[in-house]
Design a binder for this molecule. Structure first.
Ligand code: SAM
Length: 161
């Protein structure tokens, strides 16, 4: 019985503590993932950075298109699931169990997020400071305040930085 309580406490902590640092876990639907990848318009071999990669669904879709993909995930349980699910793509997909606000992001051609309104302003600031190079942001469901999306499809917004 004690082990069951321990398991429940660990699960609650893993999913609950993330709320202090970002959006809770909610997977993007397949239609929106395809829309996001279409909007990002990457070429095979280019890199997608996913901030909060959940169970790895978007990383897998990106790898299937021949892209490299790097996903940050703070919840260690989800990071393990994403890592296990993406092993078959080898070094093309990396899963990093870390807080994406604190991490030094790798070079990427596009960034995918499914966050929440309160984090979009902070995200905008972080992307502006990210590097001097051009990068696309594709955001499911939430807009960047004060910035005009260059395209929109199925509730996914594309921004050019
Ligand atoms: C709304 S879910 C989106 C999951 C996935 N991107 C998808 O679209 O299917 C947000 C994810 O971001 C993770 N997350 C939230 N804040 C984070 C942070 N500061 N660093 C890393 N991951 C974070 C959550 O654990 C959750 O898995």
């Amino acid at each position: 019985m004690a082990w069951l309580i321990l398991v429940i406490v660990i699960i609650v902590l893993c999913f609950g503590l993330v709320l202090l640092r970002g959006a809770p876990y909610l997977p993007t639907m397949s239609k929106q993932i395809e829309a996001a990848l279409d909007l990002a318009g990457l070429k095979p071999g280019q890199t997608l950075l996913e901030l909060g990669c959940g169970d790895g669904k978007v990383l897998i879709a990106a790898a299937r298109r021949g892209y490299n993909a790097v996903g940050y995930e703070l919840n260690p349980l989800l990071a393990i699931i994403a890592w296990l699910r993406t092993r078959r793509y080898g070094s093309r997909v990396q899963v990093r169990c870390a807080d994406f606000w604190l991490a030094k992001w790798p070079q990427a051609n596009a960034i995918f997020v499914f966050l929440l309104d309160p984090f979009m302003e902070k995200l905008n600031t972080k992307i502006v400071q990210y590097n001097g190079k051009k990068v696309k942001l594709v955001s499911f469901a939430f807009k960047v305040p004060g910035k005009k999306a260059v395209a929109e499809r199925d509730g996914v917004y594309l921004y050019q930085y």
